[in-house]
Design a protein around this ligand. Structure first.
Ligand code: GLU
Length: 325
């Protein structure tokens, strides 16, 4: 029988504020997927972007998760303790000649784009035009970037879930990857994003590097997270390839929209989860995932027991809907 790695999933919030209804959807989905596969579920605090972190938010998030019955199977990692691992990954890329220093400011990049006549669509990545690939001249080095071209030459991600990529969807110029909900996706990282940042000009580690290093270090086999992060996946797969790391599978859950039709986020003031009423919050999250709301735990039981019952009741529904691969 072929060796199958043990399932290890994770929920990786940034402690920039409390959890809200949208983040609970991703947390619940990743937990259910782990349980449906008989696997482990880990929580990791992604606190590398220190200026955006809010004191006390990490503890608050863990309390909110616990109130919803979602408790990490292993001690919670904090990325702020992982500098040596990120430094080692950057050193490996530098030694392989695929990371280079960059002296560009945001203004420089926008200026270079305008000079090339490249208009940037709203909300699109600011594509890095490769200005410092040949060196920074006498300008001070500010950030480190990945040279994407050697890896973009490998056009396909590994086939996942036995789903072969068929002819009409395959484009020579694109990087392909498989999402368990959305199916095959494609992006030309070099053309749409360019050489992306590994270490920022302010000395902080970039999300892409930290997430890839930690997913591998924690042996994560399945990433389940919100659809707003889907665009990052090709960069992460490319970086896994650059570092010789395994590729987890990916599932991006539907976003929860607020009354104004915009995605719920800490930035646009989504209300924090009500710790006193976890069942209502969990039912809303389950509904967003297409699971039947209104499991009916025994009201004579304690609230934590009712929460655990509700979670247990959803596992077979999740298994039926989502564990095809
Ligand atoms: N820390 C990221 C966020 O909260 C999520 C990272 C991930 O799941 O890959 O946006």
């Amino acid at each position: 029988m072929a060796h199958r790695p043990t399932y290890r999933g994770r929920f990786a919030p940034s402690p920039t504020g409390p959890l809200h209804a949208g983040s609970l959807v991703a947390a619940l989905a990743s937990w259910l997927d782990a349980r449906a596969h008989g696997g482990q579920w880990l929580v990791r605090m992604e606190d590398v972007d220190t200026p955006r972190c809010v004191p006390g938010a990490a503890e608050h998030i863990l309390q909110q998760l616990a109130a919803c019955g979602l408790v990490s199977d292993e001690p919670v990692w904090a990325q702020s303790t992982r500098h040596a691992a990120y430094e080692a990954a950057l050193a490996q890329l530098q030694a392989n000649g695929v990371a280079y220093p960059c002296a560009c400011t945001r203004k420089d990049i926008e200026g270079a784009q305008q000079a090339q006549g490249l208009a940037r669509p709203r909300h699109a990545e600011l594509r890095y035009p490769g200005t410092c690939r040949q060196g920074t001249g006498n300008k001070p080095e500010r950030a480190w970037r990945l040279l994407t071209t050697p890896f973009s030459a490998q056009k396909t991600a590994p086939p996942l879930c036995g789903k072969a990529l068929t002819a009409p969807y395959f484009r020579e110029s694109a990087w392909h990857w498989f999402d368990r909900l959305a199916g095959w996706q494609q992006q030309n990282v070099d053309a749409q994003v360019g050489d992306f940042v590994l270490k920022r000009a302010d000395g902080l580690w970039a999300y892409q590097l930290a997430v890839v290093v930690d997913d591998a270090a924690q042996g994560i086999t399945h990433v389940v997270r919100g659809a707003d992060l889907a665009d990052n996946t090709p960069r992460q797969i490319l970086l896994q390839r650059a570092l010789g790391l395994p590729h987890p599978s990916y599932l991006h859950t539907p976003l929860v929209l607020g009354a104004n039709g915009e995605k719920l986020s800490k930035q646009n003031g989504a209300a924090p989860l009500d710790l006193t009423d976890p069942l209502t919050a969990l039912n809303a999250a389950a509904t967003a995932l297409g699971l039947p709301a209104g499991t009916h735990p025994d009201p004579n039981q304690s609230l934590p027991a009712q929460v655990d019952q509700a979670l247990t009741d959803w596992v077979p529904h999740w298994t039926a809907a989502w564990t095809g691969c």
